[in-house]
Structure formats: structure tokens, C-alpha cells
Write a protein that binds this ligand. Structure first.
Ligand SMILES: Nc1ncnc2c1ncn2[C@@H]1O[C@H](COP(=O)(O)OP(=O)(O)OP(=O)(O)O)[C@@H](O)[C@H]1O
Length: 309
């Protein structure tokens, strides 16, 4: 549904995007992650036909963004990271305004708008002035605005930024519903663990370059060169932790009240041998397992936070 090939963008002499390639199949929820200034908004603005690339191509549903921007716009709903809402309008009027700009007839809008408000949990705010809505409500209204023309693709630039935990959960639930409706969604965020639960694939961008892309689990596996083993012993955990520090492939050991966390660079056989040794030493092992790495760990592992080149 989205195909980006050799995309570059320069601002003056600054190269913000360097040969970006990205393929997002229909119905995929794609998490676009990267540190501040990495190039996420630039990529999304190009996809949304709001900015011209310097070179390369970007297609949405087969239509190239520079050759066929009108066809692209029919198919996308774009939520920018900063957006304005018109103060003098009520929520329903606001959505009528956007619906009318997509030439949706009044009768259809009258049916559609209550459904959209229900989807974004704003039914009880239908007659409220938009400037009196909370930030979370405004974000949800903006999402409803992106949906008025029933686009196949949603391009959401940090839809959960600045929201409190409850509002973020609400936003996440709405996005899950949109996924069920079959939308292809590209969503950028800094809130990585939250993305992990709902995205099918991630692309990690740093200094204008894609540094990793694929299914979340595959990327986690690829990066699991150093795993974390979580060990619990019925007693003498501190003593065991001290002993583990001198074991092969162990690069760090942390003991706290949840158990022993061992950074381990060995393979499966080495891991088995380590467990065997612990048992031979006579420690009453309660559990010994590989801790799940989350998307936050993956992100930190890939983006080392070096200076821009
Ligand atoms: N209009 C512009 N003129 C010059 N430089 C720009 C312009 N827009 C963006 N940049 C630069 O391009 C780089 C990429 O910016 P972009 O906004 O795409 O990053 P981002 O990943 O979305 O960051 P954030 O997470 O902070 O929104 C940054 O270094 C930024 O300073």
C-alpha cells in the first residue's frame, strides 16, 4: 500500500533524508520510530503530498505522490504533529466543515458524523466548542477529521504526544479499532513500548537513514546478541550474583528484589551449561529464563544516539 524508494530530502545543504526505502503492505500497522530530528515528520509530509522530495519516489496505493497528488489525497488521512482547530466551531460543525471540503453531501455527513464521534469517544461532546476540549479530546477530534473521507491509509505523526496515560490508552484503543477496519496505518511515536503492543512492523530511522525495518519479533531476535537472563534462587541470591560475575559470556549482573538479571552474550548451549553449573554449585534455583526484550530496548540498541553525519 505504501512504497518508498530511494527517497531523499535536503533542506538547503542539510540532508534530512538519505535514500529511504520502505514497503508497507495493506492492512499493516507500521510503527515509525526514531529520535528527535531523525526525519519522521519529513517522510510523513512527503507521503501526505505536503512536501516535495528532492529525489526518489513515494507511492500510496500505486499512485506517486508528486505525479498524482490528488489521487493520493483521496486515499490518505493525515494527522500532523502540530495541528490547529478552529475556535469558533462546535465539534460537529468542525467535522461538517472537513466533510464538506471533501464534497461529502450534507445528508451523508449527518449520518457519518455521529458515527465518527462514537468511534473517537466524543459523542457527548458533539455540541461543545472545540477550543474548550482537552488536549486528548482535540487529538481524537483530529483523528476523526482524518477519517471523514474513509481513507485506506492513515498517516499519524505522533498522535499520542502530550497525552496523559489514560488519554494514550484511549488513543491506542481507537487505533486498534481502525486496524480491525482494515486500514493501513503508519504511526510515528517516541512512546515505544506502547507502540509494541499494536504495531505489526517497525521501521527505525536515525539521522535520515532507515537503520532497521521488519516485524517487531524478527528485529528483536536479530538484536538479541546480548540477552538478559532472569534467575531466581530460593536463597543466597546475592552470593550467586557475585559468583555469576566471573562466568564466561557474562558482561553484567544486577541483583534486586525481583531476582538476578544477567547480561549474557553466549548461545543456547552456553546458557544451558550455565544453568547446569548453578545447579551443581547447590543453589536452589526457582526459575531461570530469558527476559523478554521490549521495543524500548530494541530502539536503544539500534540507535546509539551518535552525532548527525
Ligand atoms: N523546513 C526545514 N528547514 C530546515 N531543516 C528542517 C526543516 N524541517 C526539518 N528540518 C530538519 O530536518 C531534520 C528532520 O526533521 P523531522 O521533523 O523530519 O524529524 P522528526 O524525526 O520528525 O523529529 P521529531 O521527532 O523531533 O518530530 C531535523 O534535523 C530538522 O531540524
Amino acid at each position: 500500500m505504501i512504497e518508498i524508494e530511494h527517497l531523499t530530502k535536503t533542506y538547503g545543504s542539510f540532508q534530512a533524508l538519505k535514500d529511504i526505502n520502505m514497503y508497507i503492505p495493506q492492512g499493516t500497522v507500521f510503527g515509525f520510530v526514531g529520535p528527535n530530528g531523525a526525519g519522521k515528520s519529513t517522510t510523513m509530509s512527503i507521503l501526505a503530498t505536503l512536501m516535495l522530495p528532492t529525489s526518489g519516489t513515494a507511492r500510496v496505493d500505486g499512485f506517486e505522490v508528486t505525479e498524482n497528488p490528488k489521487e493520493v489525497r483521496k486515499r490518505i488521512g493525515y494527522m500532523p504533529d502540530f495541528f490547529g482547530v478552529y475556535d469558533q466551531l462546535k465539534t460537529t460543525e468542525y467535522l461538517h466543515f472537513y466533510g464538506a471540503s471533501y464534497n461529502i453531501p450534507r445528508g451523508e455527513r449527518d449520518k457519518l458524523i455521529p458515527q465518527l464521534l462514537e468511534l473517537v469517544n466524543l459523542s457527548d461532546k458533539a455540541d461543545t466548542y472545540v477550543d474548550s476540549l482537552s488536549r486528548g479530546m482535540k487529538q481524537r477530534l483530529c483523528l476523526a477529521r482524518c477519517l471523514v473521507h474513509d481513507p485506506k491509509v492513515l498517516i499519524l505523526d505522533e498522535p499520542a504526544s502530550g497525552l496523559d496515560p489514560r488519554a494514550r490508552i484511549e488513543m491506542r484503543e481507537i487505533l486498534k479499532e481502525l486496524k480491525l477496519m482494515g486500514k493501513t496505518i503508519i504511526i510515528s511515536s517516541h512512546i515505544l513500548p506502547e507502540l509494541a503492543e499494536m504495531v505489526d512492523e517497525i521501521g527505525v530511522i536515525e539521522h535520515g537513514q532507515m537503520v532497521a525495518q521488519g516485524r517487531v519479533a524478527d528485529i528483536q531476535n536479530r538484536l538479541r546478541v546480548k540477552k538478559v537472563l532472569h534467575i531466581r534462587s530460593l536463597d543466597k541470591e546475592e552470593e550467586l550474583a557475585a559468583r555469576l560475575r566471573d562466568e564466561p559470556y557474562v558482561s553484567g549482573v544486577l541483583a534486586d528484589n525481583t531476582g538476578i538479571h544477567v547480561h549474557f552474550g553466549g548461545g543456547d548451549e552456553d546458557q544451558g551449561a550455565l544453568l547446569q553449573r548453578i545447579v551443581t554449585w547447590g543453589y536452589p534455583v526457582l526459575s531461570f529464563h530469558e527476559a523478554q526484550t521490549n521495543l524500548e530496548d530494541v530502539f536503544l540498541e539500534i540507535t546509539k544516539g551518535g552525532p548527525a553525519t
